[in-house]
Design a protein around this ligand. Structure first.
Ligand SMILES: *[C@@H]1O[C@H](CO)[C@@H](O)[C@H](O)[C@H]1NC(C)=O
Ligand SMILES: *[C@@H]1O[C@H](CO)[C@@H](O)[C@H](O)[C@H]1NC(C)=O
Ligand SMILES: *[C@@H]1O[C@H](CO)[C@@H](O)[C@H](O)[C@H]1NC(C)=O
Ligand SMILES: *[C@@H]1O[C@H](CO)[C@@H](O)[C@H](O)[C@H]1NC(C)=O
Ligand SMILES: *[C@@H]1O[C@H](CO)[C@@H](O)[C@H](O)[C@H]1NC(C)=O
Ligand SMILES: [Fe+2]
Length: 464
């Protein structure tokens, strides 16, 4: 296509925001100008070190138990270990309580980390705003969070979805749009690939620190639920770094023991009316492996009266029609997809592919090596698969799609953005995806989800 007609298509796309229809669903014709995404320089305002001697930085929180009555508070001090105490109090009571954490450091080649603190605050009240203070003894900093409502059936709750964020100027736009989104996400389900520090020589871990300071403005105030991606592996035998996931596991703690997991890469939590199962695309998942055995025991335990919504997070998507990372999720799909259908998982969120895609409700579990039945089919017991790997990291957008669009793919678009999963009650959830190019309130893709256990009715527009 010549540059003039190409320009015309872009203008048309912007004006009409229409779509091209093919075999499958919609391939958005919205075309974002593809330019190399660049990391924000070290002296950017978002990386500023808080002032004061030994000031806590990179403050982040995540759920600290299985039901949402505990919070893990983590932060880094640079000058000296200082105190690992968290002071906290609920907004309704001025009585301050104390929790004691632990401090550790790690080395990565010739980098030595600051003092990394992790402290779990327990026995919190549900649905309550808490203030907390870190940095006791030197410079203190104060933050707050709100605990989720008690785990139960018809409790509304709103999750944000962010994946593959990195630390470019685009990443900053994604995070800003998430913060400004009028749907008001209360917890982020993070889909893996955090800092992209491994793009730097020797995986310069200074870029783990800058990422921690960049996202603090959200993750110090609402929990981010972590999934490990390939950029967390940090395996570099050439420089002696042979223990995978070292920076990630030192910096980001998750409550995996609460769900009887034996490793921090796969675990589950309950939050409000959702059960969230986090899986690891980069840990062994074949039969007899710890992850397989854990998932086999975990799925039958999910009580859909208690947590009607069953959400699975993983990094590498099973249904992906981009040429980027095509079929990388296939071996895990073969292992676990029959269970997802059997246990009626509502939705699976993944990252990894730096673009956006939403599937139909499909499964591909009939194949048995000789019967040739290897095409995904519509299946009302199957989850919807959504790829939100479009946080905006330095690797840029995945724009090359398989053609024609396969029938299982309902909507795909190569733009940066974030998504929101808004649970209304046990039967309904409203889902929307927001591309960075538009104002934060614009929904480029959306869908009403009907719960697979309580209201397993076909949601697709063609069924109405
Ligand atoms: C680590 O080594 C690299 C080169 O091997 C060098 O550029 C860098 O300054 C060193 N960093 C530290 C903290 O010594
Ligand atoms: C990042 O976004 C924030 C909020 O929108 C803005 O204030 C800040 O200047 C941005 N920083 C950079 C380096 O783009
Ligand atoms: C499922 O949860 C409900 C509500 O909390 C409870 O009444 C019921 O006993 C649970 N079922 C099982 C099998 O534990
Ligand atoms: C898109 O990917 C396919 C398959 O990997 C490749 O053959 C093709 O050259 C790519 N197209 C572009 C424009 O990069
Ligand atoms: C659940 O939420 C949906 C969407 O807000 C609403 O239409 C429906 O009536 C609600 N169901 C119940 C039982 O309240
Ligand atoms: Fe990835």
């Amino acid at each position: 296509m010549g540059s003039i007609s190409c320009f015309a298509v872009i203008v048309l796309a912007l004006v009409l925001n229409s779509a091209v229809y093919s075999n499958g669903g919609k391939t958005s014709v919205y075309v974002r100008k593809v330019e190399k995404a660049v990391d924000m320089p070290l002296n950017s305002n978002v990386f500023r070190v808080p002032s004061g001697y030994n000031a806590p930085q990179q403050v982040h929180i995540t759920q600290g138990d299985q039901v949402g009555k505990a919070v893990i508070v983590s932060w880094v001090t640079e000058d000296e270990p200082g105190s690992s105490t968290v002071l906290y109090w609920s907004e309704n009571s001025k009585q301050k309580k104390k929790a004691e954490g632990k401090v550790n450091t790690y080395k990565f080649y010739n980098y030595t980390s600051g003092y990394i603190h992790h402290c779990t605050i327990k026995n919190l009240e549900y649905d309550t705003k808490y203030y907390y203070v870190v940095g006791v003894g030197h410079t203190t900093r104060k933050f707050w969070f709100t605990t989720p409502p008690e785990v139960g059936s018809d409790v509304p709750y709103t999750f944000g979805l962010i994946g593959d964020l990195g630390q470019t100027f685009d990443s900053n736009i994604t995070l800003s749009h998430y913060e400004q989104n009028p749907h008001k996400g209360q917890t982020v389900l993070y889909l893996g690939d955090l800092s992209y520090a491994d793009a730097y020589p020797n995986h310069d871990n200074v870029r783990w620190d800058t990422w921690g300071r960049f996202v603090e403005r959200s993750v110090a105030y609402q929990p981010w639920i972590w999934t490990a991606g390939n950029h967390e592996i940090d395996f570099v035998p050439e420089i002696g770094e042979t223990k995978p996931f070292k920076p990630y596991t030192n910096r980001y703690h998750v409550p995996y023991r609460a769900s009887k997991s034996t490793a921090p890469f796969w675990y589950s939590i309950k939050r409000a009316s959702a059960c969230i199962i986090v899986l690891s695309s980069y840990s062994a998942y074949a039969k007899y492996t710890p992850q397989y055995q854990w998932l086999e025991q975990e799925l039958p335990k999910v009580n859909r009266t208690e947590t009607p919504w069953l959400i699975v997070l993983m990094h590498s998507p099973w249904y992906n029609s981009y040429n980027y990372h095509y079929m990388e999720g296939e071996t895990m799909r073969v292992m676990y997809e029959p269970w997802f259908v059997q246990y009626k998982v509502d939705v699976v969120f993944a990252g990894h592919v730096h673009a956006y895609e939403r599937s139909e409700r499909v499964s591909n579990i009939a194949y048995n090596v000789i019967n040739g039945m290897c095409t995904p089919v519509k299946d009302q017991s199957a989850p919807v698969y959504i790829t939100v790997g479009d946080g905006g990291n330095l690797e840029g957008l995945a724009t090359n799609m398989t053609e024609p669009q396969p029938a299982y793919s309902a909507y795909r678009e190569a733009s940066f953005g974030h998504a929101i999963f808004g649970i209304k009650n046990r039967t309904h959830a409203y889902y929307s995806w927001h591309r960075n190019h538009d104002g934060s309130a614009v929904e480029a893709d959306s869908m009403w989800f009907f719960n697979r256990f309580w209201h397993p009715v076909d949601e697709s527009p063609t069924s109405h």
